[in-house]
Write a protein that binds this ligand. Sequence first.
Ligand SMILES: Cc1cc2nc3c(=O)[nH]c(=O)nc-3n(C[C@H](O)[C@H](O)[C@H](O)COP(=O)(O)O)c2cc1C
Length: 293
Amino acid sequence: MTVFPPLLSRRLWGRSFDSPIILAGGTAGFGTELILTDGGCLEGVAAVVSKSVTLNPRAGNPPPRIQETEFGLLNSIGLANPGVYSVVSHVLEQSVNMSCPLIVNVAGETEDEFARVVQVLEGSPVPWAYEVNVSCPNVASGGLPFGSDPRAVERISRTVAGVTARPFCVKLTPNAGSLVETAVAAQEGGASGVTVCNTFLGMKMDWKTGTTLLRKKVAGYSSPALLPLVVARVWQVSQAVSVPVLASGGVARGEDILELLAAGAEMVQVGSRLMRRPHAPRELLQEARGLLE
Ligand SMILES: Cc1cc2nc3c(=O)[nH]c(=O)nc-3n(C[C@H](O)[C@H](O)[C@H](O)COP(=O)(O)O)c2cc1C
């Protein structure tokens, strides 16, 4: 039951946290990169979501693949990562001493790949939980995101639930199909939560030449201006499912966190803001506490 104004101390999957803030997938590496540069970046952070991990290594899309716009950020990183075997043998061990738990984000090119990646990750004691990124393109069905088909999301959730006892949430896409239907399907498939939501499709043109600024052309757009779109989706989804909703998108102020919690989120992810303000979690938490006081 949501209490108003919302409390900043939270419970997720049996653990208690003083902060609702989770670092969003792909914006904080595996968390260890932050510790190496400045341990203070993890202050106020309840958990870190890793960048998406796939079965095989991926170089991602050719550059340029990130572009700042006047009010936001376009990215088409294309799931660049060293592949799950390398992540398990070389990367995760460095996250052991991190001050907060790690949620490993998994992606796949086929429906089966998600569970195969999770199976390999099960060999490591490090992941606390998983986030299943169904926003990536389903190669077998013409490149539409898996998340555009609720039945595919239900099947993926079911196969993942079949290979792990760890909690996992499904990260939904706002770009195709009904987000509410897909969230319900994820829950029916056995997901322990849903993340609402991934980036919105966007593009930046060079009007002088007719080319796009990013090589991949259409990219994922994140911006504080999208906050009301995310608040609406978090509210709609939280009315429809009983599993925790993790909000993702548009957070730039402490007040945004309180708003997403009031709309029904259990936890709130922070992504692009970290690129401007690496200490954003600490600052956001202070702001939110100040407002509540
Ligand atoms: C540079 C960049 C890389 C991202 N990489 C991933 C990724 O690998 N997997 C994923 O599920 N989401 C990825 N995202 C999406 C974020 O996790 C987040 O859902 C989105 O940016 C919205 O939150 P924000 O407005 O706080 O940035 C990425 C976002 C950015 C900006």
